[in-house]
Design a protein around this ligand. Structure first.
Ligand code: CA2
Length: 150
């Protein structure tokens, strides 16, 4: 039996606090709840997920570099680094993998500094504003992208 293709799901700084603070913006689900949601959805597409969170920019860059050859695509909620990190943008471009940018909140309905995303320049598409369900939507979209790439 052939191995299930892997999707790397990256979560940036402070997302380890989900479900603990600011549920009015980010919802009540914890990151562990979201990981479980993702694993189940991936299985339904014959995929598996490598689900990670880091508070460190360099670690996220290293994870993206490791994905080349190992993962079929990257879903990334870069959190605060979305709006600041050229290093993460460069790593995503270098990977040459399909990328989906994801946010729990609708960043365009929030403060002006959240309206610009560096990650968007490397992304096939962006999902934002659907809370934890956005991760499910992103996996569905990635499954379609990977299928099309075959
Ligand atoms: O909406 C999103 O998913 C964001 O990526 C979340 C980031 C924010 O900087 C982006 O503009 C949009 C913030 C993540 C912080 O996570 C928290 C979790 C619990 C409580 C407070 C913050």
């Amino acid at each position: 039996m052939s191995k299930s293709p892997e999707i790397l799901i990256l979560n940036g700084p402070n997302l380890n606090m989900l479900g603990i603070r600011e549920p009015n913006i980010y919802g009540y689900e914890t990151l562990a709840d979201i990981e479980e949601l993702c694993s189940q959805r991936a299985i339904s597409h014959g995929l598996k997920v490598n689900f990670k969170q880091s508070n460190f920019e360099g670690e996220i860059v290293a994870d993206i570099q490791s994905a080349s050859g190992a993962a079929a695509g990257i879903i990334i909620n870069g959190a605060g680094y979305t709006h600041t990190s050229i290093a993460i943008l460069d790593a995503l471009k270098i990977s040459e993998l399909p990328v989906i940018e994801l946010h729990l909140s609708n960043i365009h309905a929030r403060e002006a500094f959240r309206h610009h995303s560096y990650i968007a320049k490397a992304a096939t598409g962006i999902i934002c504003g659907f809370g934890a369900h956005g991760y499910v939507l992103a996996i569905d979209a990635m499954a379609r992208l990977i299928e099309c790439a075959d």
